[in-house]
Design a protein around this ligand. Structure first.
Ligand code: ASP
Length: 429
């Protein structure tokens, strides 16, 4: 029995934790009436502590892991042009997939009419979320004022840029900076080991997060907005299970089923935690298991967690159509193009943390003059949608990473196809 339990992989344990958490949460919600046991003991203490402890541990890993692995990854690519081409292709694919995502969402919104017949007046309560971000500010924000304070506050884009520069310089100076090379390599090794230790707690963490979410979630909140909810889910499903596999096949001819079989635990973790940022360590780990070189993933995954949010863009596209229909506002072609552009821009420069998509949604609404109050209406069910869209966000990052790795011969196809076990790191020259 014990050996049988031991042979269950970590990914399957995460799945078991998630399903058990869901069941326990629903039982709590429907059958446990004692508020002391339900709310005080379980929800606010046991599950809150268990879930957040795990998220905090993951967050603790993110900055040092990203920093060390970017430096080491970039330093091991000796050709600066290769770095430039990887960066360029990655950003381009990220932007294109996000544009595809919003377009799908807008089309679904036009076709399924999620906001038609809804009486906005009365339903709407003011939402206090606002954000202002211009394109030059976004670009300037990527350069750290002080790299140490960016590291300390976990500002991902400046950390990525700074790590990239150090990596390039280490690659250039080689012998002269041998000591630093060694320090970063060993630092990276330490962080990878810490990641695999923390990851062992993932099933318990995921269990607690799910139990807490579903224990407190009533189905009643969803009903008035069911059409909007379903519309977003359809968009997310199309992106995850149609667009991504198609891109994978077109650009790499790799089998998408092999990808999803191994990637599911990452989606589950993103789903339970609602943050792509905290999912970075697990995402890196799984891609290594699929044969992807860290030289590429160490750069593309943290970048994707910050600038690539296809799931979020889908929610924003549907939300735009929902609000326009509910308020009887007619959006023309140029307004729709503005939405696509703004939603793509909105995903850049904001970190992948819970509910950030709702904050940047104000930017999208402002761009076409939609009333911000409508955001207050969808606020109530956003937490649940955030879970689904974060799972899609991290899938987009991983698919793009595989495409970029494939183009740069940084993926071991035998490992990807399950013919060989992942062992040592593959480095591109
Ligand atoms: N929670 C999402 C993420 O971390 C962002 C969002 O859509 O709110 O990717």
């Amino acid at each position: 029995m014990l050996t049988k339990l031991k042979s269950i992989s970590l990914g399957n344990w995460i799945l078991i934790g998630m399903i058990l958490g869901l069941i326990v949460g629903l039982i709590l919600n429907f059958y446990v009436t004692n508020p002391y046991i339900k709310n005080i003991v379980l929800m606010d203490n046991v599950f809150y502590l268990g879930g957040n402890l795990f998220i905090k541990l993951m967050k603790m890993l993110v900055v040092p892991l990203v920093f060390f692995s970017i430096v080491v990854g970039v330093a091991s690519i000796s050709d600066v042009r290769t770095i430039g081409s990887i960066g360029g292709t990655t950003i381009l694919i990220y932007l294109i997939t996000t544009a595809i995502a919003v377009t799908i969402a807008l089309m679904l919104g036009i076709y399924l009419q999620p906001g038609a017949g809804l009486q906005m007046t009365g339903l709407a309560e003011a939402s206090n979320v606002t954000v202002n971000q211009t394109m030059p500010d976004t670009i300037l924000g990527m350069i750290p004022d002080n790299p140490f304070s960016s590291l300390a506050s976990g500002d991902m884009l400046p950390v990525i840029i700074f790590g990239l520069l150090i990596g390039i310089i280490l690659a250039k100076l080689r012998e002269e900076t041998e000591t630093f090379n060694k320090i970063f390599t060993e630092g990276n090794r330490i962080m990878m080991e810490m990641t695999s230790i923390v990851m062992k707690f993932a099933p318990i963490g995921v269990f607690c997060l799910m139990a807490k979410t579903f224990g407190g979630l009533g189905i009643e909140g969803i009903m008035p907005l069911a059409k909007y909810f379903v519309c977003v889910l359809i968009g997310l499903a199309i992106q995850a299970f149609l667009v991504y596999p198609t891109l994978l096949v077109i650009f790499t001819r790799l089998n998408p089923i092999n990808f999803f079989k191994r990637f599911i635990p990452v989606m589950f973790f993103a789903f339970s935690s609602s943050t792509s940022n905290a999912t970075i360590p697990l995402n890196l780990d799984k891609l290594s298991e699929m044969g992807v070189s860290r030289d590429v993933s160490s750069f593309t995954i943290p970048l994707g967690a910050t600038i690539n949010m296809d799931g979020t863009a889908i929610m924003q596209g549907v939300a735009v159509m929902f609000a326009a229909q509910a308020y009887g506002i007619d959006l023309g072609t140029s307004a729709l193009l503005t939405v696509i552009f703004t939603a793509v821009m909105a995903s850049i420069g904001t970190a992948g943390v819970p509910s950030v998509g709702l904050v940047t949604l104000t930017m999208v609404f402002n761009s076409v003059g939609l009333p911000i109050q409508a955001i207050g209406v969808i606020f109530g069910i956003d937490h649940l949608l955030d879970m689904f869209r974060t799972a899609v966000n991290v899938t987009g990052d991983a698919i793009c990473t595989i495409i970029v790795s494939f183009r740069n011969k940084a993926i071991d196809l035998d490992i990807y196809n399950g013919k060989k076990q992942p062992k040592k790191e593959i480095h591109i020259m």
